[in-house]
Design a protein around this ligand. Sequence first.
Ligand SMILES: Nc1ncnc2c1ncn2[C@@H]1O[C@H](COP(=O)(O)OP(=O)(O)OP(=O)(O)O)[C@@H](O)[C@H]1O
Length: 275
Amino acid sequence: MSTPASAPSTGRPGTAARARGLTKAYGSGETTVLALDTVDVDIARERFTAVMGPSGSGKSTLMHCLAGLDSVSAGQVWLGGTEITGLRERELTRLRRDRVGFMFQSFNLIPTLNALENMTLPMDIAGQRPDRDWLEHVIDTLGLRDRLKHRPAQLSGGQQQRVACARALASKPELIFADEPTGNLDSRAGLEVLGFLREAVDQLGQTVVMVTHDPSAAATSDLVLFLGDGRIVDDMARPTADGVLERMKRFDALGAAPPGAPARSGDDAAAAEQG
Ligand SMILES: Nc1ncnc2c1ncn2[C@@H]1O[C@H](COP(=O)(O)OP(=O)(O)OP(=O)(O)O)[C@@H](O)[C@H]1O
């Protein structure tokens, strides 16, 4: 299903990422796992999109395929206006480097580099100079000023996550993919990171796609996409934590969407709620 994130009537400046018929199967024969099943999705530019769903529903796979980190079994994916399915690895690497920032659960920090060096490493590799004012702003907002010379092993898990967050934001990428960015943080640090992602969207025109299990974190977004069994089964605009929690409870009560079940829109869900 195509999500309202793409509604042309909003006048937003297009889509930052798009997929049509996106299908991803792992393995072969009897052991095949269909992680994504003909997903159509539009990630609106300058918006904050959250992706939720039960464990194994395909959230990380969707993010990896949209980011060009994983190959697809069928379908097409675009980053901005560029179709990435079929691109050669070298072109794909360059595109990712120039346009995309990543925050993963495993922070992927380089142990021999200090915090500041880790933050600027992607730009150093790309031969780009950081925007100093922006970098300073990122560092202060994430409370990393007095940790810049520390190596990852000398930082707490939360601090490492904040460095990974700063690294994703440092080059002002058009699109940031965040996989459970608050998963390893205490609630205060988690709120800070979410606030910063929100600010990046509202004030800097960046686009964020965040996978989360946390309804409160999802409530920071503009639109929540709910995945079930490799399909987008619902969505919720202007989410609240209570609203997301209710929706999730309802999915639990209904069980996972059966394969082949028609994808439901937010309106259908609202109608079902009233009826
Ligand atoms: N490399 C892989 N090889 C085989 N199966 C995989 C692989 N990666 C993911 N899968 C399977 O694909 C399905 C979707 O996995 P995915 O990690 O996208 O789910 P998820 O919704 O992100 O789960 P979680 O919330 O637990 O992180 C699962 O059934 C998973 O076991």
